[in-house]
Ligand binder design. Structure first.
Ligand code: NAD
Length: 261
């Protein structure tokens, strides 16, 4: 079966990568593209016979699944519309707030959705590895996460850095919110045992780099992932789109799609 896809934000970095990755696959086909009314390129052909429109309902009506790499506000608005269509979704937007999450949770009650802050196979393996390392090493090894992204990225720390930090907390068996430290500034005092630090670096055109550090007494473990092309996220998102159509309503992640759960 070929999954018919409505891509959101075809003028964006990830939207373009999704359209490019879909060409040449036979498990997915772009059948609609929806962008903001103010976006450049509305009306232009983004894939064979598909023109970018600004009408969300018009885009959702004739597809099996929509693929969303946009902004938190857009993801919320489209999820609200998708409830009416009971439309499956693949959502990669990061920096989601509580209201955005709630709208997506409401959609997951009536349709299957895959939500992931990172669609790469490598990063999803890193999540398992850091959890295992944290469990084995314990909080005596200071755990820190450093992420680097291009200068246009809006949210910090990255959704992926948060997933990695939460996987470390899970390995330590603690509540992440109790131990997190997002960046440091001023007289912060000595590092408390068990703290999990996250720092963000921004610059240039870096697609995405994440390193989890575990600092021991006279040794250090580093688990790193470097993305050099957005195509890995796009390919993962399309794999998720082909997988999610026909699943029972509910919220899934990339570990479900990859069969690693
Ligand atoms: P971008 O700014 O290049 O693109 C965003 C696109 O969304 C634009 O085309 C914009 O016009 C469009 N848009 C905004 N509001 C819209 C609406 N209401 N309806 C339809 N389209 C709308 O951003 P980007 O670099 O492509 O990143 C987008 C999001 O994806 C960010 O949150 C980023 O962090 C995230 N991201 C996730 C992954 C992952 O693997 N999950 C990978 C890369 C980026």
């Amino acid at each position: 079966m070929t999954a018919r896809i409505c891509v959101l934000g075809p003028s964006g970095r990830m939207g373009r990568a999704v359209i490019e990755a879909a060409a040449g696959r036979d498990d997915v086909r772009i059948t609609a593209a929806v962008d903001r009314a103010e976006a450049g390129g509305l009306g232009g052909e983004v894939a064979a016979g598909v023109r970018a429109i600004a009408d969300v309902d018009g885009g959702l009506v004739g597809c099996d699944v929509y693929v969303d790499f946009t902004s938190p506000a857009a993801s919320r608005a489209v999820a609200e519309a998708a409830v009416r269509h009971r439309r499956a979704a693949v959502i990669g937007t990061t920096g989601l707030g509580a209201d955005d999450e709630a709208a997506i949770a409401a959609l997951a009650k009536v349709a299957p959705i895959v939500l992931a802050a990172n669609f790469s196979l490598g990063v999803n393996l890193v999540l398992g590895l850091v959890r295992q390392a944290a469990r084995a090493l314990g909080p005596d090894w200071d755990a820190e996460v450093v992420e680097t992204h291009h200068r246009a990225k809006r949210d910090a720390p990255s959704g992926t850095a948060l997933m990695i930090a939460k996987a470390i907390a899970a390995g330590h068996g603690v509540d992440y919110d109790q131990v997190k430290r997002h960046a440091r500034d001023g007289d912060v005092g000595p590092r408390p045992r068990g703290e999990i630090g996250v720092a963000a670096v921004r610059g240039g055109d870096v697609v995405g780099e994440h390193t989890a550090y575990f600092f021991g007494a006279a040794e250090r473990l580093e688990i790193s992932h470097r993305a050099t092309s957005r195509s890995i996220f796009a390919v993962g998102a399309l794999r998720a789109a082909a997988w999610v159509v026909g699943q029972p309503p509910g919220r899934y992640d990339m570990l479900d799609v990859l069969g690693l759960q």
